[in-house]
Design a protein around this ligand. Structure first.
Ligand code: SAM
Ligand code: DTB
Ligand code: SF4
Length: 331
């Protein structure tokens, strides 16, 4: 879809837009299902890049300390716990510019991926830039989806990041898709962008071939010490309108209401689910920032009569039945 077409949708009366996005949602997805993804930062902080929203950049005094790659046994413990708590996707993030084939740290990551893949969840990684070779190796090790966001429009990207380019992001995305991994690609709202920047981002996402399998929509969590620490919060109705446009533009993608849910009331999150979001990060922590407590999320889903989505059929089923009752699990 073009930015112009998306703009006509975005500016419709709110209920008209939501009626349209809901109809698209119901034609493509069960209306009462939500994907639960667990996120783990396997390598935190100390990143060379200057993304002005990110607490993990070494260039800002955000209070996040640089850590080493987590040991494999600790990662596996967290992955098992995520599976036992009903997550069907486990996403491992690393604060790196990128990874290179043949290096010790990439070999370590491949070993971790192989063992996490054996647990039966969908395995997602987000490790920064990938060349064609690295992408193939990750796919062969068992990565099902790779997260690499374009974050905003190409025009606005230059004002947010200078240490790599929008084209660098597109090159990695091409390598991910050529290697046969699903693409998880979305962006952030609240970087000082215009509505047209958001819609241009959606136009680009909708034109990927194939379109992304999932689209994270993050609401900026202003991080102390970063250039965007004082950014104005995005209005909830703008978040919902953007999600509705994403649902219409990329009907087959899971739209993930990602960072920033701690600043959205239960009612605001419900509005976003109605508009077309059908996935969340589940668990008390994102990478460095807070997320709603798992018990709180399960209680909200129970109130709404929603249930966790089954994993991708092309992957083995998780050990925990997706129909399990929506109640907090004992620790
Ligand atoms: N280093 C890798 C990369 O840049 O792709 C992976 C990790 S990076 C933290 C993943 C994504 O998290 C970013 O592209 C951005 O969309 C999101 N993100 C990071 N910090 C955020 C913040 N403060 N608020 C909202 N989203 C954020
Ligand atoms: C995505 O789009 N959002 C997640 C995931 N992909 C890796 C990360 C959110 C990070 C929020 C800020 C933090 O925890 O530092
Ligand atoms: Fe590094 Fe990714 Fe953060 Fe940018 S968003 S500073 S690449 S961890």
């Amino acid at each position: 879809m073009t930015t112009k077409e998306l703009s006509s949708l975005y500016h419709l009366p709110f209920f008209t837009l939501l009626q349209k996005s809901r109809a698209v949602h119901e034609a493509h997805w069960p209306g009462d299902e939500i994907q639960l993804c667990t996120l783990l930062s396997i390598k935190t902080g100390g990143c060379s890049e200057d993304c002005s929203y990110c607490a993990q950049s070494a260039r800002y005094s955000s209070g996040v300390e640089a850590e080493r790659l987590m040991p494999k046994c600790d990662i596996l413990e967290r992955a098992r716990a995520a599976r036992d708590n009903g997550s069907t996707r486990f996403c491992m993030g690393a604060a790196w510019k990128g990874v290179r084939s043949g290096t010790k740290r990439f070999d370590e990551v491949l070993g971790i991926v192989r063992e996490v893949a054996d647990l039966g969840m969908e395995v997602c990684t987000t490790l920064g830039e990938l060349g064609p070779e690295e992408a193939v190796q990750l796919k062969e090790a068992g990565v099902t989806a790779y997260n690499h966001n374009i974050d905003t429009s190409p025009e606005h990207y230059k004002t947010i990041v200078t240490s790599h380019s929008f084209q660098d992001r597109l090159d990695t995305i091409r390598n991910v898709q050529d290697a046969g991994m699903s693409l998880c690609c979305g962006g952030i709202l609240g970087l000082g962008e215009t509505v047209d920047d958001r819609l241009h981002m959606l136009e680009i996402l909708s034109n990927f071939n194939p379109p992304p399998e999932s689209v994270p929509i993050n609401k900026l969590m202003p991080m102390p010490g970063t250039p965007l620490a004082g950014a104005a919060p995005v209005d909830t109705f703008d978040v919902a309108r953007t999600i509705a446009c994403a649902r219409i533009a990329i009907p087959g993608a899971k739209i993930r209401l990602s960072a920033g849910r701690t600043e959205l009331s239960e009612e605001a999150q419900t509005l976003c689910f109605f508009a077309g979001a059908n996935s969340i990060f589940y668990g008390d922590k994102l990478l460095t920032a807070a997320n709603p407590r798992a018990e709180q999320d399960l209680a909200l889903l129970a109130k709404l009569g929603m249930r966790p989505q089954s994993p991708d059929r092309s992957r083995p089923a998780p050990a925990v039945a997706p129909e399990r009752p929506l109640s907090p699990q004992p620790a």
